[in-house]
Design a protein. Structure first.
Length: 177
């Protein structure tokens, strides 16, 4: 009887996990990137349209000042000159608020916008929202958006230790085509 109860609890937990963790549909390569307007770490409003004519590295991340998110952000910071030379702007998004982003950016000297998607609506429009009912966070997804606002590349399995370099390689290839 005890094992049956454990099995049922695990089954119910798995069902709830699947039910509540579903994100919105992923946009596809070649489609127009979903528009957004969100506050950055300084309280300034930023929109995808602000970057028209530039490549955009739009990366979603789970939480400010956690090991993987810090590694990813710092490598983007360290490679920003290479990305800028390739005509790209880095923009990070999580469901943390602007004050958390400000502290994170200040602590690690992050020179690019971190946008506060407190409702999770933008993450959901990119298929990057993990919604567990009471807890929401962004999945670690990145979208490379071309100067016309179309999605050029999608990264769903991100290795934070080499992601920035991967973006640079892909952007170099895409610009060469």
């Amino acid at each position: 009887m005890k094992w049956l109860l454990i099995f049922l609890a695990l089954f119910a937990g798995a069902f709830l996990w699947i039910r509540f963790s579903q994100a919105g549909d992923l946009p596809q390569v070649g489609q127009t990137a979903p528009a957004f307007r969100l506050p950055d770490q300084d309280g300034n409003s930023r929109a995808l349209a602000d970057y028209q004519g530039k490549w955009v590295v739009l990366y979603f991340y789970p939480k400010d000042d956690t090991p993987g998110c810090t590694q990813e952000a710092c490598l983007f910071r360290d490679d920003l000159h290479k990305l800028t030379r390739l005509g790209a702007q880095v923009v990070g998004i999580s469901v943390d608020d602007s004050s958390s982003h400000a502290e994170f950016a200040r602590k690690y000297h992050l020179p690019f916008p971190l946008l506060a998607d407190k409702s999770g609506a933008v993450a959901e429009s990119y298929g990057a929202l993990m919604n567990l009912g009471l807890v929401k966070f962004a999945k670690r997804y990145t979208f490379l958006i071309d100067p016309q606002g179309r999605i050029a590349r999608i990264y769903l399995k991100v290795d934070t230790s080499r992601h920035s370099g991967e973006i640079i390689e892909d952007l170099t290839r895409l610009k060469g085509q």
